[in-house]
Design a protein around this ligand. Structure first.
Ligand SMILES: Cc1cc2nc3c(=O)[nH]c(=O)nc-3n(C[C@H](O)[C@H](O)[C@H](O)COP(=O)(O)O)c2cc1C
Length: 329
């Protein structure tokens, strides 16, 4: 079975990608991901705040002490690894595995931290995933500004590096498709749909905010599935699917909608890294059962416009579903 796929200009042997999570901080885990069949891995994000804190700390040291201090780059305390440790993680990951290593940079403003992207490239990352996790709780900020901010960061990062850059974005734009198209036109080598936003709950017993991170469930594929189906074949860049994969069925659905790769984290946290092999075997079994010879032969077959049934993404269907009132809990 030919599982090969092309993502961000990289040739992958399998469309399954381990998405950004702390699992990838460990070299043993990275090797297990490769052994279990991952086509690529995304390292956990390094955050703008970590980089800026570190830059400030470095400037303080330079100002306060002798010139030798300028060669000292302290490890940041805010993350597990800090900026220097993150670069080291990239180098060690590159040495440990043969599949592509995608670094992840998480920031919200266009500022000095973007130069760090260059260091990520120099450390050997095959590509960079840009996670622009921005919650516009400032009520004076309108949608156009939020969109422009996202585009500005992409353009600045693209200017800083020559490795491919993907943008992992949120579904909360008023015109998601247009936003994806603008990112594509601004030079994004791919989009990852979608980022899962932090959404707090309230603990009614002690009236505190609950900030726990829930693992995903399979119903969460529906929103990314919709937008992947809507943009596949209509943008130049690659499409990565992220959210809700629990079994091979979700992987197959994302491929049918038009994803080039399908990412997973929650399933690996639940079942262990070896579960990647279960997903891969399930994908192969599904393709065989359909008489398909390759991933490429099903990819995008159910994207919008690719079938008679493209109306599935439209309003008519929406009205029909609501009127039928069917529920499948
Ligand atoms: C514990 C944990 C840590 C994560 N860390 C990151 C991160 O550093 N950067 C990032 O872009 N996404 C991060 N994510 C999000 C995942 O990469 C993924 O997009 C999300 O969990 C949805 O995919 P899933 O349904 O397969 O879990 C994290 C998710 C989890 C559960």
């Amino acid at each position: 079975m030919d599982l090969s796929t092309r993502y961000l200009g990289l040739e992958l042997g399998c469309p399954l990608v381990a998405s950004a999570s702390p699992l990838a901080l460990d070299l043993g885990n990275l090797r297990r991901m490769e052994e279990a069949g991952a086509g690529a891995v995304v390292l956990p994000s390094i955050f703008q705040e970590d980089i800026e804190n570190d830059i400030e700390e470095m400037e303080r040291l330079v100002a306060e002490s002798n010139p030798e201090a300028s060669s000292y780059f302290p490890a940041g305390a805010a993350t597990n690894v800090g900026p220097e440790g993150y670069l080291d993680l990239i180098r060690r990951a590159r040495a440990a595995i043969d599949i592509p290593v995608i670094a992840s940079l998480n920031g919200i403003t266009r500022a000095g931290w973007i130069d760090y992207a260059k260091q990520i490239e120099q450390a050997g990352a095959h590509a960079l995933e840009l996670n622009i996790y921005y919650l516009p709780t400032d009520l004076s900020l309108d949608g156009a500004e939020v969109e422009q901010r996202t585009l500005d960061i992409l353009v600045a990062v693209k200017q800083a590096v020559s490795i491919p850059v993907a943008v992992k974005l949120s579904p909360y734009f008023s015109s998601v498709g247009r936003m994806i198209q603008r990112l594509d036109q601004a030079g994004a080598d791919g989009v990852v749909l979608f980022n899962r936003f932090y959404q707090p709950d309230i603990d009614l017993d002690d009236l505190s905010l609950l900030r726990d991170l829930k693992l995903s469930n399979r119903a969460e594929i529906r929103l990314p599935l919709l937008w992947i189906g809507a943009v596949a074949g209509r943008i130049q860049g690659s499409i990565g699917a992220s959210s809700g994969v629990q079994t091979a069925a979700e992987v197959v659905k994302y491929l049918f909608a038009g994803a080039d790769v399908v990412m997973t984290t929650s399933a690996l946290l639940r079942h262990g890294i070896s579960y990647l092999k279960v997903l891969k075997d399930g994908l192969i079994a599904d393709l065989e059962a359909r008489g398909a010879q390759s991933v490429g032969s099903i990819r995008g077959h159910l994207r919008r416009g690719a079938t008679e049934d493209s109306i599935v993404y439209d309003r008519v269907n929406y009205i029909r579903i609501l009127r039928a009132g069917e529920r499948h809990d």
